[in-house]
Design a protein around this ligand. Structure first.
Ligand code: NAD
Length: 363
């Protein structure tokens, strides 16, 4: 009988001595660096972002090298690889969906151009530092389920049959890079794997430029006594709160799955998904469920902190997101999936425990 692997049962291949994490100042990047620090005491981590990445209380530069760099600047990109021997890359940096839609040029330059440059630099690095018979660096690219267009929140996407026709610049940029990442794998230049992330929740910190920002915002802000906007409905009675079915994953599960993508058997990956792209598994929630969960853990008074006001720009993007995806490939590959009944409650509880120190703001 096969046993379900625990959260921490993740062994990196022995040739991996150094990991490069881009977007390490962002939400996912910070959490991934923390998990790498926790699991691998002997791993060297290079954490980079256009903003100064956090030190996570690590003062040893051999253990964690933080680099503030704009990955669109060739000389800054080159410096990352200088005198290093990078065995795994987690390519996480990017401009989110709302930001890419608003700023066309910035979206293309970061989500497309800089990712292409990073692939090229990693390949060159491998050529310079490895013998032909040595394993190529593992390369994990964080894509998004937003690559799927021509769907509605009521759609169920089966990746085996659903063509990818993005309906946002972000989706186009992500899909274009997915294909180039695949090509580097096909050529044997790098051991590439693309994971399409579900909406990761509950996101801490400030609201992001993602159109999905409200999904975390309706929990995060009210639990801290702050107002939060619900941009897809005009009132609590609005039927849109049941219409915008949303596919999410709790933070811990998604971060573990990104790491697992680097570890899973490459042969098995290609057998199941020849294009080397996995839709990370998720669970379905509704905006109404988010509000109910807020009340459950924060008290009824938090409801008054949610301000209902439809935003056509957010709605236009949310209208092109499917509310359900077939998890079969990901589960067969060994990715973890949240419990469909209480996975979302767990996500909120994790947020309260880990980000709010167990404390919810009083009325
Ligand atoms: N968080 C989610 O729910 C979600 C869902 C689907 C896909 N993703 C993808 O996962 C990845 C990580 O998401 P996140 O939520 O951590 O995003 P984030 O916005 O929190 O982090 C992205 C980071 O990229 C950095 N960055 C932007 N331009 C850069 C540049 N030119 N050079 C270097 N760094 C630059 C930003 O400073 C930021 O810290 C992204 O690629 C995103 O598209 C995230």
């Amino acid at each position: 009988m096969s046993s379900i692997p625990t959260y921490d049962s993740l062994e990196l291949p022995s040739f991996v001595e150094t990991a490069l994490v881009t977007g390490a100042g962002g939400f996912v990047g910070q959490k991934l660096v923390l998990l790498l620090l926790k699991l691998y005491p002997n791993l060297r981590i290079i954490a980079t972002d256009i903003i100064e990445p956090p030190s996570h209380n690590v003062n040893d530069n051999k253990r964690l090298r933080n680099v503030k760099a704009d990955l669109n600047k060739p000389e800054q990109l080159k410096d990352l690889f200088e005198s290093e021997k990078i065995g795994v890359v987690f390519a996480l940096h990017g401009i989110m969906s709302g930001g890419s839609e608003q700023n066309f040029d910035l979206g293309y330059s970061v989500n497309l151009d800089s990712h292409r440059s990073l692939l090229k630099a990693t390949h060159q690095h491998a050529e310079l530092t490895l013998k032909p018979e040595q394993p190529r660096p593992i390369y994990v690219f964080a894509s998004s389920l937003a690559v799927y267009g021509q769907v509605t929140p009521k759609s169920i996407v089966n990746p085996k049959t659903k063509p990818v026709i993005p309906e946002s610049s972000y989706g186009v940029q992500k899909h274009a890079i997915e294909m180039i990442v695949y090509d580097y794998g096909r050529k044997g230049y790098l051991d590439t794997r693309t994971v399409r992330l579900v909406t990761v929740t509950v996101r801490p910190g400030e609201p992001s430029s993602a159109a999905s920002s409200y999904i975390s915002g309706m929990i995060r802000e009210p639990l801290q006594g702050k107002e939060s906007l619900c941009p897809i409905a005009n009132s609590l009675e609005d039927k849109e709160l049941d219409y915008y079915l949303t596919w999410v994953g709790k933070t811990k599960t998604v971060i573990r799955n990104i790491l697992f993508a680097a570890i899973l058997d490459g042969k098995k990956l290609v057998e199941i998904v020849p294009e080397r792209i996995v839709n990370l598994p998720g669970i379905q929630i509704t905006p109404r469920q988010i509000i109910e969960t807020l009340i459950k853990y924060g008290g009824k008074d938090k409801l008054k902190l949610i301000k209902f006001e439809k935003d056509p720009k957010v709605i236009a993007i949310c209208d092109t997101w499917a509310g359900e995806f077939d998890n079969t490939d990901a589960v067969n590959l060994g990715f973890q999936v949240d419990d469909s009944k209480d996975g979302y409650d767990q996500a909120v509880k994790d947020f309260i425990d880990e980000e709010l120190g167990g404390k919810v703001a009083q009325a």
